[in-house]
Design a protein around this ligand. Sequence first.
Ligand SMILES: O=P(O)(O)OC[C@@]1(O)O[C@H](CO)[C@@H](O)[C@@H]1O
Length: 340
Amino acid sequence: MNKTYGEILLIYTVTLNPAIDYVMHPLTLDMGFTNRSSHEEIYCGGNGINIAGILNELGVANTALGICGGFTGDYLIRTLQSQGISCNFVRLDKGDTRINVKLNGIVMSIVNGMGPTIPQRKLDELLQRMDMIREGDTVVLTGSIPKSLPDTTYDMIMNHLAGRGIRFVVDAPGTLLVRALGAKPFLIKPNNHEVGRLFDEKPETPEECLPFARILHDRGAANVLVSCGKYGSALLDEHGREHITMVPPCKLVNATGAGDSMVAGFIAKIDEGADYATALNFASCCGSATASSKYLANRATIDKLYASLGAVLEEHKEEIEAALERVRKADRYADTLDKH
Ligand SMILES: O=P(O)(O)OC[C@@]1(O)O[C@H](CO)[C@@H](O)[C@@H]1O
């Protein structure tokens, strides 16, 4: 169990490529023509920043670390501070924090920016600031990284902090994730599509994802949480046990940040002393609460969905048990991760 509020700050999210999320609501989208949005919203984004927002909402002490720059970086820091999110960002001398465009029409289309160039000395400055992180604290490395940084960046950060009793959480795509497994993170949280890309398969459901989760677990990740959108989510826990949960009843509004909310919810519940099945259920409700909100979920929505999940799980109990049984009896997939 992690330390508590009375002591020092405990969870540090790291966002190397934060963003301003510019959400537009076009009524139609015709490629090659001028489209009009019916209204727009502006939020602070980037996975680590979203996780920090939900942790704050859940009353879990945290600090958002990262690198930002330019007028968008100024906006980001000002806004986070006004939301009461503790942040410690290295400022770039040149380059702007990216603006990610989310076109929330009949379906959501997303264009994420590349992000500014990060000079080595700025990364070194961030590493120096991270030296304040102590034994028992958690470091959450999450999201894409700007193109100027190598795929080994998360790996390198974890190596820098190795041997200090720090708990790592990694939510990153592709090679970044595979490279991070060697540092034996406490938790990784790919979604079913990311798992599919790692293994050249197309798993959709928690049942289909669990065999791949086992490979990621065997490669070093203690807990592997896989979100599968409307199908629910799966957890292969640190003891090698499989869990499946479902989504509570809710209506999709904007799924941006839903995965991040799951990470925040999972860590928060584990740090309260909950067991893995409970943490998975709570994580699922945090994700659904954000997906059914305009932006990140508030506590009331999370609590409401959490209260409704029990009935859904009860109704589908036999189905879930049967799926878990099939997973336990199934042949193992070959580990093909070395190609990354
Ligand atoms: O380009 P990345 O780093 O992969 O993803 C960035 C992003 O899409 O992820 C967050 C939601 O998880 C958004 O706030 C943000 O715009």
